[in-house]
Design a protein around this ligand. Sequence first.
Ligand SMILES: CC(C)(COP(=O)(O)OP(=O)(O)OC[C@H]1O[C@@H](n2cnc3c(N)ncnc32)[C@H](O)[C@@H]1OP(=O)(O)O)[C@@H](O)C(=O)NCCC(=O)NCCS
Length: 178
Amino acid sequence: MKNDCLKIIIRGMKKNDVPQVSLIEEEAFGNHRWHEDAFYSELNNELSKYLVATLEDGSIVGFIGCWLIFEEAHIATFAISKKYQKKQIAQALMCSFIDICYKEEIKYITLEVRESNENAISLYEKFGMTSVSIRKKYYQDNNENALVMFSENIFYNKFKTIYNDIKKNIKKIEIIYE
Ligand SMILES: CC(C)(COP(=O)(O)OP(=O)(O)OC[C@H]1O[C@@H](n2cnc3c(N)ncnc32)[C@H](O)[C@@H]1OP(=O)(O)O)[C@@H](O)C(=O)NCCC(=O)NCCS
């Protein structure tokens, strides 16, 4: 059965991935997107960790980018190409990113999300993250508020149980780590 699954490769982002990643960013965030230069400088930032999810032919279908600062990981940008959404690719990228957090002894995951972005909020809530405050008019394009979301301490059993259950239930795709 597993052989019929879509195979997804997860690996670190490289400089020559940036043009493809930018296209997914544009599709996801329109005018409020990051430009290619921002990604190139992020790849030179020693606090940044960027992962991509690709198909077997190498085409990129999603990515996640975060900053690791002391005991916190801040998700800076995250998107899955529209055609490949709802296939558990975001959950797989989150799990890989959490594995990095464990290795780096990061305790908490945090992020800002538009308060209208129900899909992303639902994804983060699935990982047990909760909204702890609101940044008023955080998004300059439409003055939308941002929810600030935080995880539990990821070393606590409560978080580990959620994380292990999510990992176990990723069945729509087969993940290959590089
Ligand atoms: C949010 C996003 C990354 C989710 O990617 P995805 O690969 O489709 O997500 P998954 O298939 O792994 O789904 C994980 C969970 O996310 C939530 N979710 C994702 N898409 C959803 C949808 N269309 N409707 C409702 N919930 C949704 C659900 O909780 C889902 O769990 P479930 O399938 O058990 O209901 C994707 O929709 C996206 O790229 N959106 C545009 C960019 C964006 O908003 N980025 C986040 C910025 S903070």
